[in-house]
Design a protein around this ligand. Structure first.
Ligand code: SF4
Ligand code: SF4
Length: 448
């Protein structure tokens, strides 16, 4: 694509990077075929190509963001299916990140929209605040339907509908900063303990630590690490996301200097995509650029790391029919496709692919709150595709998808690492308590 930026504009490193991305786009439109919002809404401006034109026009003409640009960029899920499809290697992720930061700097959103965004940014990344909000949400849950009918009430209704009716119990063993390897130590890793995930489902971190330590890997969760910054990053709040990234980098660099790290393990693929991008996010920061690149190079999804450990085959899965939902941040953001499925198959599960597996479930960070109508349509489509496969269980590697899909189906959905921990000598996932796999899996039910 031809661009027309002045030399003065190109002196800005963000503009210069976006210009290089724009030049790669050849307008072929292949990406439209796999874009969930284009498939749902049918508007070219809700396709990757349409959004690329809007961003180009805004940046090239040094315009503040306007209502039209904001509407179509806000509707983008950042699912990155377009990047998987694009034959020209257009880095849409960096382009839309730049557009979102530009919107945040130059556009004044309507009051309610601003309020929701401020509240989400002030609550979700902080576990104590999030936990308090979830407790309060339980009281408001019965009024979700009513609130959804009020002007500006849809995001509030979506938040209440998504809030679990029962809060997960915190596990005190997770407060420790160091978890010793069992037997001879074969490795040492840091695990991102995260923010929303550890409140919604602390069993994911517990299963990760239990499995890794049993496999001879020491796991550390140093003081200071926390939210990866993805939630605010996708809202264009650059200063907040960079601050979160720096805090994690400092905590992990401390561990690298004090014992070394083989990897930084991430159990939420949305966070993995962001941590792997720290090197890019902080490339212009003299004090952090090098450290950020080091951290990004060490970041690994738990399944990527487990795939290097040569796990013994297990029969725990006992042929349970398991639909594997690959989160967008897993398959498009990090290009991890086979490792989770191979590990689950090696654990005895009968892994089945989900039709239209490349399409987003509509979770996408805060998308299911801020764009709840489109999100609902995508959830219904995803759940229908999963249920078509008649699975006994669903596995996924991203808490956002787990929460979203669970709100649309009665089939249990469990994090991949909890199933792997169970298969390799750990506890049966808590979510399977009282759940039987009936006649099809007699042997397993009897063994429990
Ligand atoms: S990131 Fe997803 S929703 Fe956004 S343009 Fe690309 S394919 Fe469409
Ligand atoms: S597939 Fe790639 S090159 Fe073609 S229009 Fe989409 S982004 Fe541009």
């Amino acid at each position: 694509m031809q661009t027309n930026f002045s030399l003065a504009q190109l002196a800005d490193p963000d503009v210069s990077h976006s210009e290089k991305i724009l030049r790669k786009c050849v307008h072929c439109g292949f990406c439209t075929a796999t874009c969930p919002t284009y498939l749902t809404l049918g508007d070219e401006l809700d396709s990757p190509r349409g959004r690329i034109y809007l961003i180009k026009d805004m940046l090239e003409n040094d315009k503040p963001a306007d209502e039209k640009v904001v509407k179509h960029i806000d509707r983008c899920l950042s699912c990155l299916a377009c990047m998987t499809t694009c034959p020209s290697g257009v880095n849409y992720m960096h382009l839309v990140d730049h557009a979102r930061a530009h919107i945040q700097k130059t556009y004044k959103r309507p009051f309610m929209d601003r309020m929701y965004r401020v509240v989400l940014a002030a609550v979700l990344p902080y576990p104590a605040r999030f936990k308090f909000a979830l407790s309060a949400a339980r009281l408001g849950k019965p009024f979700a339907g009513l609130l959804g009918k009020l002007p500006g009430g849809k995001p509030m209704a979506a938040m209440l509908a998504l809030a679990p009716s029962k809060l997960a119990k915190a596990d005190p063993s997770l407060a420790k900063e160091k978890h010793q390897a069992e037997g001879q130590r074969k490795g040492r890793v840091a695990m991102l303990s995260g923010c929303a995930q550890k409140v919604l489902d602390p069993q994911i971190n517990k299963a990760t630590i239990d499995l890794l330590t049993r496999l001879g890997v020491e796991v550390v969760t140093p003081k200071g690490e926390g939210c990866c910054g993805a939630l605010v990053h996708h809202m264009g709040r650059e200063a907040d996301s960079h601050a979160a990234a720096k805090q994690n980098i400092d905590a992990w660099m401390g561990e690298i200097d004090n014992g070394g790290l083989d990897a930084i393990i991430i159990t939420t693929s949305g966070c993995g995509t962001t941590v792997k991008d720290y090197g890019h996010m902080l490339r212009e920061d003299k004090a952090y650029a090098e450290k950020a690149a080091t951290i990004s190079a060490l970041a690994k999804d738990i399944t990527e790391y487990l795939a290097t450990l040569e796990l013994q085959p297990s029969t725990t899965g006992n042929g349970i029919r398991l639909a594997y939902h690959s989160a967008c941040s897993m398959q498009h953001g990090q290009k991890i496709k086979d490792e989770p499925k191979n590990l689950l198959a090696n654990a005895g599960f009968k892994v089945v692919d989900v039709p239209e597996g490349h399409l987003c479930c509509g979770s996408a960070g805060t998308y299911n709150i801020l764009q709840s109508e489109i999100s609902e349509q995508l959830k219904d489509r995803k759940v229908a595709n999963i249920e078509k496969m008649k699975p006994d269980l669903i596995a996924a590697g991203n808490i956002g998808c787990i929460t979203q899909i669970a709100s649309g189906t009665g089939i249990p959905i469990i994090h991949t690492v909890e199933l792997l921990n169970w298969a390799h000598g750990g506890e049966r996932p808590v979510k399977l308590a009282g759940h039987s796999f009936d006649k099809t899996h007699k042997q397993m039910v009897a063994a429990e």
